[in-house]
Design a protein around this ligand. Sequence first.
Ligand SMILES: Nc1ncnc2c1ncn2[C@@H]1O[C@H](COP(=O)(O)OP(=O)(O)OP(=O)(O)O)[C@@H](O)[C@H]1O
Length: 694
Amino acid sequence: MRSRLGSRRALFPADFHLPARSSSSSKPPRPAPDSVYDAWLKSREMPQHKGSFLVPGAPRSLTLDNARLALYISQTCIFDLFKTLWGLHPLRATLMVTLNIVRSLFPAFRGYSQALIIDESLIGSGAFTWSRLLYLLSTEILRRVVEGFLDSLLSTNENIVLGSARFYIEYKQMEHRVRLDGPTLADPLVRDLLQESDLFARSFSGGGFGFISPLDFINIFSLLVEILSHLWLILTLTRDASCFGVLLFSIASAVLPFLLSRFAPSSSGYDDPISAKEARAAEKQERMRNLAYSDAHRPEVSLFGLGDWILNSWSAARKVVLASEQPISRTSNVHLADLMYALQNLPFLLILQTTNTTLGAITAYRTSIQCALFAVGNLVSTVKMAFQGLFLMSAFSASIKLKPRMQPKHEDLARYMSRPGGASIDVKGLSYTYPGCADPALRNVTFSLQAGETLAIVGYNGSGKSTLAKMLLRIIDFDKGTLHINGVDVRKYSPAEYHRHISAVFQGFSKFNASIKENVGLGNVDKMRYKPAIETAVHLAEADMLVESLPNGLKTLLETPGFESISYPGSMSYDSSSASQRYGLSGGEWQRIALARAFMRANEPEVDLLVFDEPTSSLDAHAQNQIFETINKISKTPSGDRRKTVIYITHRLSTARRADKVAMMDNGTISEFGTHDELMTKNGAYAALYRASI
Ligand SMILES: Nc1ncnc2c1ncn2[C@@H]1O[C@H](COP(=O)(O)OP(=O)(O)OP(=O)(O)O)[C@@H](O)[C@H]1O
């Protein structure tokens, strides 16, 4: 328990404190949180079941404890977030808030001005004429046209501000996600935190999840202003008009425009079909999101440093999608309901000729009562959503402070210095247990490799070969022991920098839902658009014939199992074209593509270590030999000097004897280590396995 808390603590900056969880059941009120993360975690605790947590996204109950946490969260992160979002469009944001508040005064002002016009100009003055009535109605309609125009301007401005806020939040979310490493993401609490943070980011898309964004907090203030202004108006009117029947009649008459407005056709532009460009952008955006969030792709995203490429591609596509989602602004905000609202005054005038109640009072009551009730309803639901939204906001604020677990502290950071001949490796007593497993996958692994040497790792299934490879590649961390690369503790290297000096093929390599060109080019993003580099890599992987046989050559789109493409309206016509038809590959063909991806980078001078986890398991004997020749060629200079260290895992022991050293793994540890001849002379497990395989 202690070490687990300790490791979680390492994820957060120094000002973060993880809560000490006690098993005591007779604990008085929860202590105040000491960080946003702490507040988020406490809000998820189930009071009746100590040690149990709400599922991500579950609403928090409205308790005093949670209210305190919500207050703490609003004090701690709302201001910072508002400041940042404000900074994106300071003038537009100021305009948005100011005009929102001014707009909230409109309804009350409208009612009051109507009352004045009707009372003083028509009744009070005693100078009723039809021409004057028409004049006032025209003025009223004109005022509404102007108001509608202003509304339309406001909504355009609001769309720009909210669009930028959305983009910023989603970008931040993606930016942190692509930089997190496997060990950090393996923590269940981190997973929950990220899930709630995702919900927060998505709440900016304008609904669907039922939570609100922080900018909607402006609504609360606006609604309060609106309610207060209506109350003021009703109180003012009640002083003179004491007839309760008029009040009731006002309420009843207010229902008509409300019903009309409910049944008015929607004027949003969201239903419009989107262009092929937008459909492509929408698909690309999801593809990039999938890459950023997918655990399956994490090792290669991390190893090949794809974070920036993903972010840039996603940004470009997201901007196109956001632009296409802007609702078409209404040319006029005058609805049938609005006109009816104005014309309803006619029957009222007739009624008033037989009573002593003023039409102004009736109209104003009707407007204010309806609006005030509506605003109160809105306020209650907005506050409820804001309460939940606050906890999601805390998840977002805490998640963007997460530190990748394998990133060394700034003061411990060491620069990777290449050595002639390749990387030297010194491993002592490495042990590792996968999270949630009882038995270690690696135990007390020890060996060393000189720069430029070749090592074949062999052994039974499940003996820990791939785990050791991932550890050498810094995809996972070890629990015990030491690993020195070029004489430096590997934990002192920034993983991103270390990965620039490595190329690899994983046993479960990624099959990207993209063209062959992209699938190969991702091995070296800088040269992705450089066709000769892609062609060379394809050639080294013996995949030329394969590419030539496909209809669109390097541009052929590959079909990958397991990728869930999200369909968009309008994307059907785009997908049905022959250029976007996808082709499946066989296991061996995919393996060649993965090898080509590794070769894209393997040839670069700064790459010192090549790791291949069963690189030829699906290839025929001829191709297998060719690939090993290629690996051998890449690892040496043209004059035959060693320049890269090579490690490969293989079940084909005929290939193991090519290596300088062989490591035989058994039950998570290296049981035999030496040259092929030495191990054959030893006549142990390796010799037995070798004899069995030929
Ligand atoms: N992600 C994981 N979570 C939990 N346990 C795992 C995980 N990956 C591997 N293991 C376990 O760790 C042990 C070593 O697995 P590893 O994949 O390293 O074996 P291997 O020698 O590469 O096997 P193979 O020859 O079948 O590829 C196995 O017992 C396996 O079940």
